[in-house]
Design a binder for this molecule. Structure first.
Ligand code: GDP
Length: 305
């Protein structure tokens, strides 16, 4: 079963991209109005690069346009844009939605502090709740009292059940309690927030591995999703973080936050390509409704409209 209600909103994606001035379609069309020559192709590559599509993708896409133009100089700007869009989509990991394999469906949220992990847990919980799903939140970031209080505050405002540990208690024990409670209370989804202090990297990774083992005691298939929260405004740093986490915890996807704070929407595409991991949600603001399921096709269409 697939969570069909997790549909992406084209309009809100477009609004965020427009607000940050990262819509590329019109800039590229303006470039293609005149003669397509080496100069305009160079400008095209620069546009791709500035949008954070990454050096390699920027180069490959420009090369594709160059070849096509050589073969057929009558191609219009819109036709070339279509080719660009298709090339990008072809290079991304396949579109995947959240598959609901067992009940409760367990989602582990990991990531470095400050990336928007706790906020994303609450936003995600709200989305499921609004769709009529029974949600339970697990507060396993026992190291940060403030984070746990923040999640508790969201949980009470949203009227969502929460299981939390006491300060400095074992995060794996909290995850175990949350899953057990989720099962006993008939929750459809359990979302577990975890700690993210990277300065004690080895410890953090061991802690995450322990959480994984403990989840499996309650349900051998849990967690069904491990989503890494990354901050879109941190560029290459986000990619390095993802590589570290992925080595220790088999990530199933990404939540890319603060897309509203970057003029480089292309990061969503280059991150997926470099990590071969799908972006499942994007954060587009600080409000509880500012989380959008991510759909590459819609995103590429919005970016190049
Ligand atoms: P954590 O340390 O990873 O748990 O991060 P928090 O959830 O506490 O978020 C850190 C800050 O980022 C908070 O001020 C959030 O409001 C903000 N934040 C989270 N997601 C987004 C987003 O999508 N857009 C914007 N503009 N701010 C966000």
């Amino acid at each position: 079963m697939v969570f069909n209600f997790l549909k992406s909103s084209y309009q809100s994606l477009k609004k965020v991209l427009a607000k940050t001035g990262s819509l590329l379609g019109n800039k590229i069309r303006a470039l293609f109005v005149g003669e397509i020559d080496e100069e305009s192709l160079e400008k095209l590559e620069k546009l791709f690069y500035e949008a954070d599509l990454g050096v390699q993708m920027a180069h490959e896409l420009t090369e594709k346009v160059r070849q096509l133009h050589r073969k057929n100089s009558k191609l219009t700007g819109d036709q070339l844009l279509d080719v660009i869009k298709n090339e990008i989509l072809k290079s991304l990991p396949p579109l995947s939605s959240i598959d609901k394999k067992s009940v409760p469906h367990v989602i582990l949220i990991v990531g470095v502090n400050g990336n928007g992990k706790t906020t994303s847990c609450a936003k995600l919980a709200k989305r499921f709740k609004d769709a009529g799903q029974k949600v339970l939140l697990g507060g396993a970031d026992t190291f940060r009292a403030a984070a746990m209080e923040q999640l508790e505050l969201w949980a009470s405002r949203l009227q969502i059940d929460m299981v939390k540990g006491s300060a400095k208690s074992d995060p794996a024990a909290v995850a175990f309690d949350a899953l057990t409670a989720g099962k006993a209370r008939g929750a459809d989804v359990v979302i577990v927030d975890t700690a993210g202090r990277l300065h004690t990297k080895t410890h953090l990774m061991q802690e995450l591995e322990k959480i994984l083992r403990v989840c499996k005691k309650v349900d051998p298939h849990a967690p069904h999703e491990i989503l890494l929260v990354l901050d879109a405004t941190t560029g290459q740093n986000a990619i390095d973080q993802a590589k570290t986490f992925h080595q220790h915890t088999p990530l199933t996807g990404l939540i890319l936050t603060k897309l509203d704070g970057t003029a480089k929407g292309g990061i969503v595409l280059s991150i997926q390509r470099q990590l071969a991991l799908p972006v499942k949600f994007v954060g587009v603001g600080e409000g509880m409704d500012d989380l959008e399921p991510f759909d590459s096709t819609q995103f590429v269409n919005a970016l190049f409209e």
